[in-house]
Write a new protein. Structure first.
Length: 244
């Protein structure tokens, strides 16, 4: 590389020397070429390009190593497309998945599921919080269950999915028509009568929204997290590799 730099410098000096000879017949005001400035500009451009190439090369090296490490250490599984009566839409590149099913002759059920969006201390065997080791944490997933019967109104139930249980947070009737600016969305679920709470859990249980689904979703989202992380790194790598 040093030989190439010296060769290019020598060529540039020779060209400038020849141009100076030609320019001796011109008035002083017409001589706009100097030896120092073009060489300085050449060096700055050369160094800038070298730094940019080294920086991009380092990014690519780290990304390739991380991708290879993830694929060798714990490669993601191929996502399943069905769970019990639900069809599963993975929605690649998004932080959501969707589950759909029919229930009976009239009900259409759609469940929108987030990736992990929270956590809470896990309870130990004595009923208290864990010791904070990093493993004593249970991750949280939000579920939005929409149940329609071919009409304008939709029953919307927001749930929390913990590693092995479903917890109802709120329910309301949502209209597909023009809604009020500030609709009343009902009380918090825990403020309802205990018997009514139990019946609503049975209502969801009959439609497959249950603790078994929570276990499935936690496994699925964990796998999706790996897939999306590798996809994100591949996208960044492709952008850095792209030529102007």
């Amino acid at each position: 590389m040093a030989c190439l730099f010296r060769s290019l410098t020598k060529t540039l000096i020779q060209q400038l020397h020849n141009q100076q000879k030609i320019g001796t017949c011109l008035p002083l005001a017409g001589r706009k070429i100097s030896i120092a400035n073009p060489l300085s500009h050449f060096r700055r451009t050369y160094i800038s390009e070298m730094r940019k190439a080294a920086f991009e090369g380092n990014i690519l090296r780290l990304l390739r190593n991380e991708i290879q490490c993830e694929l060798e250490r714990s490669p993601p599984d191929r996502p399943v497309t069905r769970f019990r009566s639900f069809t599963v839409d993975d929605r690649p590149g998004e932080q959501w998945i969707s589950l759909k099913r029919k229930f009976g002759e009239r009900e259409d059920i759609k469940v929108e599921v987030t990736m992990f969006d929270g956590a809470a201390p896990a309870l130990n065997s004595g009923g208290g919080a864990g010791g904070g080791t990093g493993e004593d944490v249970q991750l949280h997933i939000t579920l939005i269950v929409n149940i329609s019967k071919g009409e304008d109104d939709v029953l919307e139930i927001t749930c929390s999915a913990w590693p092995d249980t479903i917890e109802i947070k709120r329910l309301l009737i949502r209209s597909n028509n023009k809604a009020p600016a500030q609709p009343y969305d009902g009380p918090e679920f825990k403020k309802l009568d205990d018997e009514l709470q139990d019946i609503l859990y049975e209502f969801l249980e009959a439609r497959g929204i249950n603790d078994e689904l929570a276990v499935f979703l936690h496994g699925y989202i964990k796998n999706k997290g790996k897939t999306e992380f590798i996809r994100w790194m591949e996208t960044v790598k492709s952008f850095v590799e792209k030529k102007k």
